[in-house]
Design a protein around this ligand. Structure first.
Ligand code: NAP
Length: 292
């Protein structure tokens, strides 16, 4: 990579940020297309976020991703956000368009692209259960509703949050029925047997713990997804696989959200195969480091 006086800067704001896989993925993509850009990690403390966002114009940085814990708190510092990001209530990509800072949410589209590309799943008319009601779950649920999923059950540890989300999205997406359920209903056979898609959109997979789920209650065609990508095979997915269910991990969502962000910033088609290859290698290295 050759840095010149004309190199354009992209990056990611997070706290912490040192475990992010996005710089490797994005720099490989930029380099493969011969684009004179560089993508850097910036560790930004929550209390420094406003200054960091202002610096995008001061320093001429043309776009950044946002990760934990900035995706919601960044919104007041932007000039505009897309309708999609507004509905979801979270921004993971800033586009600096001639000094105007526009917030996008590419997590939602990334999840839906991953379902289609990695598992051939079409949400239209289907029934889904999503565990979680945080920022990522909102993106997953909004993506499914936009693609006309028939019914979504939402189970969340803090049930009132799931109930609020079901009501809010029920008013926003007319074609989908939203039902909040308690975590104890995760083993209700009438719900489990109706599922085409079962998603864990909580951070539980990262901690290695698992909800007590009997996958034998789900139909054999159900697709089981976990948006956590570290580890790639979470305890949730492992148990689903042991029950003979088809599974999909979170690396695809990471890949496709990055590809959509890349296209927003560069107006070039993202080199998916190269980005995927880098992510798989980085994830393997992270796994080896964790094991050693
Ligand atoms: P968040 O807004 O903090 O929400 C966390 C969710 O997990 C909430 O629903 C929370 O329930 C639930 N939860 C946390 N600890 C739990 C526990 N011990 N037992 C039961 N539920 C628990 O976080 P987020 O931004 O939605 O992110 C969630 C996960 O998605 C993270 O691991 C993140 O890395 C991953 N993610 C992956 C991608 C990707 O590209 N693959 C993209 C975005 C996020 P309560 O409401 O009860 O607290």
């Amino acid at each position: 990579m050759r840095i010149t006086g004309e190199t354009r800067i992209l990056g990611i704001f997070g706290y912490p940020v040192k475990h992010t896989l996005s710089p490797s993925m994005q720099n490989a993509a930029l380099e493969s297309l011969g684009l004179n850009y560089i993508y850097l990690p910036f560790e930004v403390r929550p209390e420094e976020l406003e200054d960091a966002v202002r610096s995008l114009n001061t320093l001429g940085i043309i776009g950044v991703n946002l990760t934990i814990p900035h995706k919601e708190s960044v919104i007041p510092f932007l000039d505009e956000i897309t309708d999609e990001a507004e509905v979801i209530g979270s921004v993971n990509t800033i586009e600096n368009k001639n000094g105007r800072l526009i917030g996008h949410n590419t997590d939602s589209g990334g999840f839906m692209m991953s379902l289609r590309a990695d598992a051939g799943f079409n949400a239209n008319g289907k029934t889904a259960l999503v565990i979680g009601a945080g920022g990522a779950a909102r993106g997953v649920i909004a993506g499914l509703a936009r693609e006309m999923v028939h019914r979504i059950f939402i189970a969340n540890r803090t049930m009132e949050k799931g109930e609020r989300l079901a009501k809010e999205f029920g008013n926003k997406f007319e074609g989908t029925e939203f039902t909040a359920i308690p975590m104890s209903s995760l083993n209700d056979s009438s719900i489990m047997s109706s599922l085409d898609l079962f998603v864990n959109a909580t951070s539980m997979g990262m901690e290695g713990t698992i909800f007590d789920i009997q996958f034998s209650l789900t139909p054999t065609h159900v697709l089981v997804s976990d948006i956590v990508y570290n580890p790639q095979l979470t305890a949730f997915l492992k148990k689903a696989r042991e029950g003979g269910r088809k599974t999909i991990g979170g690396l695809g969502m990471l890949l496709y959200q990055g590809a959509i962000s890349f296209e927003i910033w560069t107006s070039r088609k993202a080199p998916i195969a190269i980005m995927k290859d880098v992510l798989q290698k980085e994830a393997q290295l992270a796994r080896q480091a964790a094991d050693s």
